[in-house]
Ligand binder design. Structure first.
Ligand SMILES: [Zn+2]
Length: 129
């Protein structure tokens, strides 16, 4: 494996909680009212330093979506998913955007979110904003 080329972000940054690789800027947040299997998740316009998994159709709270899991390039941890396509018209605003699971990332002030143990069961869910 060659040397990893990482993008460094300036400002309020969300980073991988395992290896501190920068993932997204605070100002790229579209919505904080999403949920995943570990509790809260945020929708971002853009993220950096991630690799994409295979596309798959996933049933979410707001209908069927085509998504790809996204992984930190620094350590390979899954950090969220990307919306490739939304099947419901009202959910099209999510297309091309990214979810970061709050539990998987460290916040701008270094804060870590503890998993909500009594959160949703049965995989990843996206809430309507
Ligand atoms: Zn990482």
């Amino acid at each position: 494996m060659g040397r990893l080329f990482l993008v460094n972000l300036d400002g309020k940054v969300y980073s991988c909680k395992h290896c501190q690789t920068h993932l997204a800027l605070c100002e790229e947040i579209v919505s904080k009212s999403f949920h995943c299997r570990h509790g809260k998740a945020y929708l971002f316009n853009n993220v950096v330093n991630v690799t994409m998994g295979l596309k798959e159709d996933r049933m979410m709270m707001t209908g069927m979506h085509t998504v790809s899991d996204i992984f930190c390039v620094g350590c390979g941890s899954i950090v969220g998913w990307k919306y490739e396509a939304a099947h419901e018209k009202s959910q099209k605003y999510k297309e091309g955007k990214f979810i970061l699971e709050r539990y998987m990332v460290a916040g701008p002030d270094g804060s870590q979110y503890l998993a909500n143990l009594d959160s949703h069961v049965g995989g990843s869910d996206a809430d309507d904003a």
